[in-house]
Write a protein that binds this ligand. Structure first.
Ligand code: F6P
Length: 378
C-alpha cells in the first residue's frame, strides 16, 4: 500500500482540518494510507509523533478550526533549536534525520501545508534532499504571490469585519475614535478588505506609509460633517512616513520572523495627543486565526487537498497547488516562494476606498501620483 505523509507548519489558519480531511479521503479512495506528522516536522524526527490518519478519524473535522496534527513556527529541521546538556539552546541541522525517517516509513510523498516559511523549507527538502514534496498554501495573511487566494483569509476578514460592525455602536455612544489593529504581516489585505466592508473611516496599510496629519485631518473633517466618532483600521505592519515598523520583539527561539504589533496603540496615542479626542485601541490578534472556517475557506481548502493528492498521483513534485481564477493549478515551489503579495496601491480596493471617502493616510501628493495609474483591477 502506498503511503503519504502530511504536515501543517507555521501559524494555523481556519481550513487546515478541511485540507487534512480532503487529503485523507482522496488518498484512501486511491488505496493509499495517510500519516500526519505532528507539529510540522516533529513526526518525521521522532516516529512516535507520527499518527496514522483514517477516514473515520477525520470524519467530523471539516468545519473545525485549528489543525488536528498541530503546528509550529519554530521547527525548521535545517536550523532546529535543541537544548544541550548544559541547558543551553543550540541550533542543529537535523534534516538528514527527517529524510532517513521519511525513507524508513516508505512514504511516496510529503504534502506540506504552510505559509511562505514552511513552503521554503519544503522546497529545500525537495531540492537538497530529493524529498518528493507537494505544497499547499495556507495563511490568513493572503500574502503568497503564486495563488490568488489562500484559505483562512476569508475567515480572518469576516472575523475582523464583524468586530468592526460591533465597534460602531460603542464608538458612536461615546463619541470616540476606536483604533483596531489587525494581522497580515507586511501585507494589508486583511486591513483593506475588512476596513472597506466594516465601514472604517481610516485604513492604514503597510503598502502606503501614512501621514498622521492626514489621519487627523480626516477626523476633523468627520466632525465638520457632524460625525463625532470614527473607526480606524491599522494593519500590524503599517508604519508612519519616516518611521520604522513597530515590533513586539524577536519572538521565540527558532522562529524566523520578528513579532509585529503595537502600531494600533501608537496611532491611538498620536490621535489623542494631536486632537484631544477620546481614543481607544484594541488588537484583534489571534481571534482572526480561530474558529470555524467560512464556507468559502472550507471549499477552497477541500479543493486544495484533493488537488494535492492529484499532483502526488501525477508525481508532479516540488510544486504547490494554487488558485488561478476559479481553476486549481500548480506552480513550481521555487516560483511560489519568490515574493510576497502586496495590496496594489493603484488597484481597485485602494481606488474604491478613496472613492467612498475612506482616508488611507496618504498625503495629497501621494494620492495624485497613484490616481494616475488606473489600470489594475485587483
Ligand atoms: O502569518 C500569520 C500570522 O497570524 C500573522 O498575521 C501574524 O503576524 C503572525 O502570524 C503571528 O504569529 P504568532 O502566532 O506566532 O503570534
Amino acid at each position: 500500500m502506498k503511503k503519504i505523509v502530511i504536515s501543517t507548519g507555521g501559524g494555523d489558519a481556519p481550513g487546515l482540518n478541511a485540507v487534512i480531511y480532503s487529503v485523507v479521503r482522496a488518498s484512501y479512495a486511491r488505496g493509499w494510507e495517510v500519516y500526519g506528522s505532528r507539529s510540522g516536522y516533529l513526526g518525521l524526527l521522532d516516529l512516535d509523533e507520527l499518527v496514522r490518519l483514517t477516514p473515520e478519524m477525520v470524519a467530523d473535522i471539516t468545519s473545525t478550526g485549528g489543525t488536528i496534527i498541530g503546528s509550529t513556527n519554530k521547527g525548521n529541521p535545517f536550523a532546529m533549536p535543541i537544548e544541550n546538556l548544559a541547558g543551553k539552546i543550540e541550533i542543529h541541522d537535523v534534516s538528514d534525520r527527517v529524510m532517513k525517517n521519511f525513507k524508513r516509513m516508505g512514504f511516496i510523498c510529503h504534502i506540506a501545508v504552510g505559509g511562505d516559511g514552511s513552503l521554503e523549507i519544503a522546497h529545500r527538502f525537495a531540492e537538497e534532499k530529493g524529498m518528493p514534496v507537494i505544497g499547499v498554501p495556507k495563511t490568513i495573511d493572503n500574502d503568497l504571490e503564486a495563488t490568488q487566494l489562500t484559505f483562512g483569509f476569508d475567515t480572518a476578514v469576516s472575523t475582523a469585519t464583524e468586530a468592526l460592525d460591533k465597534l460602531h455602536s460603542t464608538a458612536k455612544s461615546h463619541d470616540r475614535v476606536m483604533v483596531v489593529e489587525v494581522m497580515g504581516r507586511d501585507s494589508g489585505w486583511i486591513a483593506i478588505n475588512s476596513g472597506i466592508s466594516g465601514g472604517a473611516d481610516i485604513i492604514l496599510i503597510p503598502e502606503i506609509p501614512f501621514d498622521m496629519d492626514e489621519v487627523c485631518k480626516k477626523l476633523d473633517d468627520n466632525e465638520l460633517h457632524d460625525k463625532d466618532y470614527a473607526i480606524v483600521v491599522v494593519a500590524e505592519g503599517a508604519r508612519a512616513k519616516d518611521q520604522e515598523i513597530i515590533h513586539k520583539g524577536e519572538g521565540e527561539i527558532g522562529r524566523s520572523e520578528k513579532l509585529l504589533g503595537g502600531i494600533g496603540e501608537w496611532v491611538a496615542n498620536e490621535i489623542s495627543r494631536r486632537t484631544g479626542k477620546d481614543t481607544r485601541s484594541l488588537v484583534l490578534g489571534h481571534l482572526q486565526r480561530g474558529g470555524s472556517p467560512t464556507t468559502f475557506d472550507r471549499l477552497l481548502a477541500l479543493r486544495f487537498g484533493a488537488m494535492a493528492v492529484r499532483l502526488a498521483e501525477e508525481k508532479k513534485f516540488d510544486h504547490m497547488v494554487a488558485l488561478t481564477g476559479d481553476t486549481m493549478t500548480s506552480v513550481p515551489l521555487a516560483e511560489a516562494i519568490k515574493g510576497r503579495k502586496k495590496v496594489p496601491v493603484s488597484g481597485n480596493r485602494v481606488k474604491t476606498a478613496r472613492e467612498i471617502g475612506i482616508c488611507l493616510g496618504e498625503s495629497g501628493e501621494m494620492e495624485a501620483q497613484e490616481l494616475e495609474m488606473r489600470n489594475c483591477a485587483c
